[in-house]
Design a protein around this ligand. Structure first.
Ligand code: ATP
Length: 361
């Protein structure tokens, strides 16, 4: 299976730097997702890998071979687009058999390969239908089968699930990962949906404004993101402004603006530093003491209650309580909150301010 390597890749459109000196290596058989807000350069980056566009600067290697001057059809890639681009006048079988046909396989081989991949995506019974007779999820499965049937070992997926409704999107995520892992493909998947990225990837690359913020496994990015932007973008989090008042191995203290203290297990900052503490809502809990908070909203989420409040420190706080305890909380009520200190992540306070540091631009 091929590796993919990007070396100082930049793509510039006039005055817009869509991709800015990106270095990235994707290993054999790895499932990597490029995640970032709208306009951050994800699509541009995957197009540079595919050869749909030529980088302004830098180099793309697939399987250690420099792709300079190599057109898309010679890169041996399967590509699935956001807008399901099936041939409307061809049956499902002929759509999927298109790659083998281009590779000049015999008619029998085209059909045999098409049926093999249709079976993999569980659509064999629709093989004689036309795309317009299928629902969106089925059409996207046909696109995937078509990309796989080319025999490519590198699969590029550009927002492959975005056009589908929520339920189908979730089902297809699992299907996608199962398939590419079974076939052992190297996969690059672009999405702006952090849940989708978390559920399919071996590794996530977080992008912002043309550059890579950080890369890590879904668990690393969720539990210990290196950058405050990631903490806010991947999953939900509370951000508390404070100062380090005590620093010791395994136990440090952060004082908030109202004088209340958050204990944290890990703190890379020095005493006196202005910091931001990130804590996910599931790691904030009501207690007999802690951050004094007035509840402003209670939201029923089906399997838990999300409680929103304003702390005396003037930080907004969100925390989750089990369904059975939802009736214990109501708007206007004052509660005290503690955080799980092992789950708290401390960042130097960004010079540009928190809002700017986490802004989705
Ligand atoms: P989205 O999720 O909204 O598709 P994205 O992260 O995929 O966003 P890109 O489509 O790669 O972002 O665009 C990155 C930047 O480059 C944006 O500012 C966009 O306006 C700009 N851009 C993209 N394609 C072109 C083009 N052909 N000409 C000029 N600017 C472009």
């Amino acid at each position: 299976m091929p590796t993919v390597q990007l070396s100082k890749v930049s793509v510039i459109y006039g005055s817009v730097v869509a991709v800015d000196e990106v270095d990235l290596r994707i290993e054999d058989g790895e499932y990597v997702t490029i995640l970032g807000p709208s306009g951050c350069g994800k699509t541009t980056l995957i197009r540079a890998i595919a050869g749909i566009l030529v980088p302004t600067r830098g180099e793309v290697f697939i399987g250690e071979k420099n792709m300079k001057g190599v057109p898309i059809e010679e890169r041996d890639i399967g590509y699935v687009f956001q807008n399901i681009a099936l041939f409307p006048n061809m049956t499902v079988t002929n759509n999927v058999g298109y790659g083998p046909r281009v590779h000049e396989k015999s008619k029998e081989a085209q059909v045999e390969i098409a049926h093999k991949y249709l079976e993999l995506v569980k659509l064999l019974e629709k093989m004689e239908m036309f795309p317009s007779e299928l629902c969106g999820g089925e059409q996207q499965k046909v696109s995937l089968a078509r990309a796989l049937a080319t025999g490519a070992k590198l699969l590029l997926l550009d927002e492959p699930l975005s056009a589908l409704d929520a339920r189908v999107r979730v089902d297809l995520r699992y299907e996608l990962r199962r398939l590419v892992k079974r076939l052992g493909l190297t996969t690059v998947h672009v999405t702006h949906d952090q849940e989708e990225a978390m559920s399919v990837s071996d590794r996530i690359v977080v992008m912002r404004a043309g550059g890579i913020v950080e890369t890590g496994t879904p668990a690393q990015l969720y539990t210990r993101p290196l950058d405050i932007f990631t903490a806010n973008f991947v999953g939900e989090t509370n951000l508390f402004e404070g100062w380090v008042t005590h620093r010791e191995e395994g136990k440090s203290a952060i004082e908030l603006r109202d004088g209340s203290i958050i204990d944290v297990a890990t703190c890379e900052c020095a005493e006196g530093d202005a910091v931001v503490v990130s804590v996910r809502p599931e790691f904030v809990f009501p207690f007999t003491e802690g951050m004094r908070t007035r509840i402003t909203q209670t939201i029923y989420m089906g399997n838990y209650w999300r409680i929103v409040g304003m702390a005396a420190s003037e930080d907004t706080v969100e925390f989750d309580v089990p369904v059975a305890e939802g009736n214990l909380y109501h708007e206007g009520q004052e509660v005290y909150l503690m955080v799980n200190r092992k789950a708290a992540v401390v960042y130097q306070r960004p010079r540009e301010g928190i809002a700017e540091a986490v802004k989705l631009e």
